[in-house]
Design a protein around this ligand. Structure first.
Ligand code: ATP
Length: 262
């Protein structure tokens, strides 16, 4: 296991420069319900890491802790060289502006067009006063959104309302929205949940082509063992509230992952 070191000592910049995330001794409970304990790992810049485990083992909760969306009870998270727990609101906003999120529910605004939904992804990352003082900003946002839609093969549906899309199309728009601001880190929570096997396969291949070509660090959850092994450089496995697996995908067989679900 690749354990991330002591929980309380502040790692030096040099120790962190090749890592986009360092989680050390993370522990999280909801009330009396301990979800996970003493979870430590690092995400190396540019790598894709699959986070696997049975239903309710805490994968989504762990991702939310990494992004500072919910507090954790013990341990620390260094996100893009910043300590999440001590970041103020402005600091958290800046950090989140460098991260993209593809959630299980695509969270598109149903009544708005595909293009406007993707523009929101861009503006969400560039919404400071200085940005708005630039008169070219809306045109820049529109151009970036069209480029992102082109990359996911949906430029021709730019003016369609989001609630008139199929599940696969809607997932592509969610991916375009996450990638439009060129994040350094992308968190994808079951990027092909609710898609049929063939659409799911297509989305995963397209998603990883894009993130690989842009050099983005990715952590993704999946219930598909083959997806974890095919698209992950490394696999993290949660079971019984512990990080039971941290190994390169190349060193693992499907049976190693099945053991997590016993
Ligand atoms: N806000 C919350 N309040 C209380 N309990 C919660 C909350 N969010 C999640 N939980 C509980 O934490 C546990 C872990 O949930 P989580 O969604 O992180 O698991 P998961 O591994 O992502 O599950 P799945 O694979 O089914 O998506 C579950 O028992 C869930 O009910």
């Amino acid at each position: 296991m690749d354990q991330a070191g002591a929980h309380t000592s502040a790692p030096t910049f040099h120790a962190l420069q090749d890592h986009d995330v360092t989680a050390s001794g993370l522990t999280k409970s909801f009330g009396q319900n301990e979800i996970f304990k003493d979870v430590s790992f690092r995400l190396v810049r540019g790598e894709a890491v699959a986070l696997v485990g049975g239903n309710g083992t805490g994968k989504s909760t762990l991702l939310r802790c990494l992004l500072g969306l919910i507090p954790f009870d013990a341990g620390s998270v260094q996100l893009l060289d910043h300590d999440i727990a001590s970041a103020n609101r402005a600091g958290l906003r800046t950090l989140r502006a460098q991260t993209g999120l593809v959630a299980q529910k695509h969270n598109l605004v149903p009544r708005l067009s595909v293009l406007t939904n993707v523009i929101h992804g861009f503006l969400g990352q560039h919404s400071g006063p200085r940005y708005w003082s630039q008169s070219f900003a809306p045109a820049q946002a529109r151009l970036a959104a069209m480029e992102a839609l082109d990359k996911v093969g949906l430029a021709h549906l730019a003016s369609r309302r989001a609630d008139r899309l199929s599940g696969g199309q809607s997932q592509r728009v969610a991916i375009a929205r996450a990638l439009v601001a060129r994040p350094r880190l992308l968190i994808a929570d079951e990027p092909c949940a609710s898609l049929d096997p063939s659409a799911g396969e297509e989305i995963m291949a397209m998603f990883f082509d894009l993130v690989r070509s842009e050099g983005v660090t990715v952590v993704f959850t999946s219930h598909h063992i083959d997806h974890a092994l095919t698209y992950g450089d490394r696999v993290l496995g949660l079971a019984e509230g512990r990080l039971k697996l941290d190994a390169t995908a190349a060193s693992l067989a499907a049976s190693d992952l099945r053991g997590l679900y016993d």
